[in-house]
Design a protein around this ligand. Sequence first.
Ligand code: PGA
Length: 259
Amino acid sequence: MSRLPLVAGNWKMNKTVPESLELAAAIRAGAPGQSGEVEVVLLPPFTSLWPVAERLEDSGIVLGAQDIYWEAAGAYTGEVSPTMVAGWCRYALIGHSERRRLFGETDEAVNRKVHAALAHGLRPMVAVGESLEENEAGETETVLTRQVTAAVAGLDEEQGLELVVAYEPVWAIGTGRTATPEHAEASCGLIRRLLAGALGASIAQSVRILYGGSVTAESSASQMAQPNVDGALVGGASLVAEDFLAIVRAATTAEASAI
Ligand code: PGA
């Protein structure tokens, strides 16, 4: 089964509105447009979503929110609801390790956000991954099993089709230490088997599973050439248009060579 490769740029807490517009314009200028070969997703900070959406109109590039809260509205100071971003975003990134580690987000909160995203027409992009200590203790499989199972709890098959999962080992994020293609493939393959157990084999075959963690144009080509790696979630390299575009191009090449 061929899955449309997806390359997402997570800008994290970077870029003012003018800086966001400049970066979005540079990415738009070099992106493959509506080629149908790769889906390009940008995740700017909340403050830039609206202006960037205008700048990307009719470009084929789509937006995602870096997080959402699970309530639609109410007294939750500082939070952003799915209804506030649904007009501009196709995706919502949920459960990024920085949210889990720095802001105490639990597996249960991740699951609530997944359901909230779906209820408001957003596709959940769920991030999972083991820490360095867990990796060194041989606990990668246990951690991924716990995180994936919790994230998709209560989803039906139709909702499962909306899902994207990003495998991001915490030890690889922002460290310059990217996973080998073999490690990325082993973990993404495990995630697909877990999805098959939870949602059924045919749903699992159509879910895109991305690799994230110090992705560069050089590393991404061999990672994305793996059968279970369908794209990349890019942090640092997504802040430089040329670096990000090189990864987008690598995704189309990896897809072509996998066919
Ligand atoms: P990085 O971040 O590419 O800077 O390692 C990836 C991520 O956190 O999504």
